[in-house]
Write a protein that binds this ligand. Structure first.
Ligand code: FAD
Length: 513
């Protein structure tokens, strides 16, 4: 052990061949290459108590997306004379077992800033180094190395987008290695290797879910989608968020590349390079923060803030998060999560989340604002957990960052600006086609009532085959009074945070509840 000329490349995210420095370094000069992915049962296996199909950590759509991504990686490796080795168990234990069993001199895996991976990687790295195995763990999930940015900023992450952009500069180019073949897989010893499992192999039945996400996982799919987006140069050059239409679902208004970036089926650096190529060929283009490049920089911004902020994923003990006496109201949370708030715009978005695992950014704004500071005053961490489980692009840094943003807990503080659950969607989709698609119970509701069906006279409800309170719920709150009350509570919490310079105790919060 430790002197072998074989290499182990450990895939976690970074499920791709292109711009993959860990794979490139592992294959360089190696007699054998062991491409490994470890299925962690905690992440993948059915949770019988979950409110929607999936494991306790991931909804079925994301598990399916991951399996598709692994099948694609396996196929791509096979065309290069290799294959993906699937093992099952606790990832650290499994990788250490492989390192003991195989004649490996190099262990290569993408560096990951998430706390889960930080803890995992220390265990594996320590074992490898003690065993004399070279460890190569490059940054390739993000454009920049968050550590470098934090260093440039005097040891703290920049907390405004503008200051981040100023510090960041230009990212490194993607690596351009193209393989004609990869070293063969070595002797496997007694390690229990399998093919990529199917959903059925993992214990999911055929009828677990009535509609799956239209977005299929994998590097091939990611590159195809990227090519499609980049073909429309005018669209790329003029892309400005938040100008798109959040209710567009047949052809979404944004790239829908987020799940591919999340699993690393697509390299952010390659995406960035392709956008720059389009920009160079056009007479003018949009700029950050609203441009497409600007979106990728938002991703970097949240990654850096998350990496440099202890307890980024919670309110207490998080120095950048306002302390707010949120409610822990399980009933309201459930109504929101299940798409039963009685506000069709909100409910349709939540059903899109359950069915597709993806929604437009402004749709996410609407439902996150509604759950927290807009109407229900439920803790952002509870909404974060729902998104964290159901989104196919669920990403620790970006999800927490955006939930703090939308709840006015950090980054954004204009708590008086509340998204209306009845008029915001109407601006984009007056006929309510988005609602009719995701909430078929309202499909025959006339357009003048589609956003506020409780205002429809009984005769109209009868004709539309939708009685409010029976076929579709009555609204859980009155938006006018609920939003007024939310503003008041946010005002009080902000005053207390200011007075106490952010150091609000649990007792102070209780007094405000
Ligand atoms: P595009 O507009 O095409 O943007 C291209 C890429 O830029 C995205 O794929 C994404 O990687 C990045 N990006 C765009 N907007 C943001 C943003 N605001 N913050 C960070 N990166 C961004 N995005 C996730 O990838 N994972 C999450 O878990 C997640 N949770 C969110 C939770 C809330 C409450 C909100 C309001 C937003 C969340 N977002 C999350 C950010 C954003 O909504 C999605 O990245 C975007 O809608 C994905 O669609 P797209 O790929 O078509 O984006």
């Amino acid at each position: 052990m430790g002197s072998g000329s074989g290499s182990l490349v450990w895939f976690r995210k970074g499920i791709r061949i292109h711009d993959n420095p860990a794979l490139e370094f592992a294959s360089r000069g190696a007699s054998h290459l062991y491409p490994v992915f470890v299925i962690d049962p905690h992440y993948m296996e059915p949770d019988p108590n979950a409110s929607t199909p999936g494991s306790s950590l991931a909804g079925l759509n994301r598990i399916k997306f991951l399996l598709e991504s692994l099948v694609d990686l396996d196929l791509n490796l096979k065309t290069l004379g290799s294959r993906l080795l699937i093992l099952k168990g606790d990832p650290a234990e499994v990788v250490i077992r492989c390192l003991k069993e195989w004649n490996v001199g190099k262990l290569c895996f993408e560096y990951d800033t998430e706390p889960y991976y930080q803890a995992l990687d220390v265990k594996v790295k320590n074992f490898a180094l003690d065993a004399g195995i070279e460890v190569f763990s490059p940054v390739s999930h993000t454009l920049f190395n968050p550590t470098d940015i934090i260093k440039k900023n005097g040891g703290k992450p920049p907390l405004s987008y503008q200051s981040f952009v100023k510090l960041a500069g230009e990212p490194p180019s993607p690596i351009s290695t193209v393989y004609s073949s990869l070293p063969p897989v070595g002797h496997l010893g007694s390690c229990d290797i399998s093919e990529v499992p199917t959903l059925r192999d993992l214990g999911y039945g055929d009828a677990e879910q009535d509609e799956f996400s239209p977005f299929k996982g994998g590097e091939s799919e990611a590159l195809k989608r990227l090519d499609e987006c980049m073909k429309d140069k005018k669209w790329v050059a003029n892309f400005e968020k938040p100008k798109g239409n959040p209710s567009a679902f047949l052809k979404p208004a944004t790239t829908v590349l987020s799940p591919y970036l999340k699993f690393g089926c697509l390299s952010a650096r390659y995406f960035y390079q392709r956008i720059q190529e389009v920009y160079k060929s056009m007479p003018k283009h949009a700029s950050p923060p609203v441009s497409l490049i600007g979106q990728l920089l938002w991703r970097e911004f949240f990654y850096t803030a998350a990496f440099g902020t202890p307890n980024f994923d919670r309110m207490t003990g998080n120095r950048i998060c306002k302390q707010v006496p949120w409610k822990d109201d399980d009933k309201l949370l459930e109504a929101w999560r299940e798409g039963r708030t009685g506000f069709p715009w909100i409910d349709a978005i939540m059903i899109q989340l359950r069915k597709w695992g993806w929604m437009h950014h402004l749709a996410r704004h609407s439902v996150a604002c509604f759950l927290t500071r807009g109407d229900l005053f439920v803790h952002w961490e509870r909404g974060r957990d729902v998104f964290g489980r159901l989104l196919i692009d669920s990403d620790w840094a970006i999800n927490n960052g955006n939930w703090m943003w939308l709840s006015c807990s950090s980054f954004f503080y204009q708590y008086n600006r509340i998204y209306s659950p009845t008029t915001f969607g109407k601006k984009y989709d007056p006929n309510g086609d988005f609602i009719r698609h995701f909430l078929p119970v309202l499909k025959d509701m006339p357009r003048e009532y589609i956003y506020e069906p409780w205002t429809a006279p009984k005769s109209i409800q009868n004709k539309a085959n939708c009685i409010i309170g029976k076929d579709y719920p009555m609204s859980v709150v009155s938006h006018d009074s609920a939003s007024k009350e939310c503003r008041r509570k946010m005002g009080e919490a902000y005053a207390l945070n200011k007075e106490l310079n952010g150091l609000v105790s649990e007792d102070d919060l209780k007094k405000l509840r």
